[in-house]
Design a protein around this ligand. Structure first.
Ligand code: SF4
Ligand code: SF4
Length: 163
């Protein structure tokens, strides 16, 4: 009988749950939100990428200039904060308390991310190969110049025929 009256009473009581997403939900103080990157403070060590368990961070590299670019997928991220802990540059990487982010809609979904990730690694390999090629070219050029200079010095030091 008690249950019956409880059930009837519940019909007139307010719900105890939050009607999210119609109304804002409660966010605890230590909420682990999206990762926020501050390019001006980054030292480009890539420790965050190495620390990230699911591969939600990757850096691509320009083949000509060597400039790196940071990429992050909120869909791959498991919000573990390992990247923030691994980052040696204060303020370069933070975990926001914001559950939403203005750039979220423009981010790639998983399939797009996988391609972006592979392309980024490829760009770094291409940059490393190009750097190696340029170094070898520079070395060969210097060797050729040294060889030419030595040959010229040899030529200049040759004794001239006495008249
Ligand atoms: S919070 Fe965890 S999963 Fe997300 S980017 Fe950082 S290390 Fe990767
Ligand atoms: S760990 Fe920090 S400083 Fe290093 S690349 Fe990542 S964001 Fe930049």
């Amino acid at each position: 009988m008690k249950s019956f009256f409880n059930a009837i009473g519940n019909l007139f009581r307010k719900p105890v749950t939050t009607p999210f997403p119609a109304a804002p939900t409660y966010i605890p103080d230590d909420y682990r939100g999206l990762i926020v990157f501050e390019e001006s403070l980054c030292i480009w060590c890539r420790k965050c990428e190495m620390a990230c368990p699911p591969g939600a961070i990757v850096f691509s590299q320009d083949i000509e200039t060597g400039k790196q670019e940071y990429h992050y997928s909120p869909y791959v991220c498991i919000y573990c904060q390992e990247c923030v802990r691994a980052c040696p540059a204060p303020g370069a990487l933070l975990q926001s308390a914001e559950p939403g982010h203005p750039g979220l809609k423009e981010q790639n979904l998983n399939n797009g991310w996988n391609k972006l990730f592979d392309d980024a690694l490829e760009s770094r390999a291409a940059y490393a190969a190009e750097k190696k090629r340029k170094q070898a070219e520079e070395k060969a050029k210097k060797e050729a110049e040294a060889k030419a200079a030595a040959a010229k010095a040899n030529e200049d030091n040759k004794p001239t025929d006495q008249v």
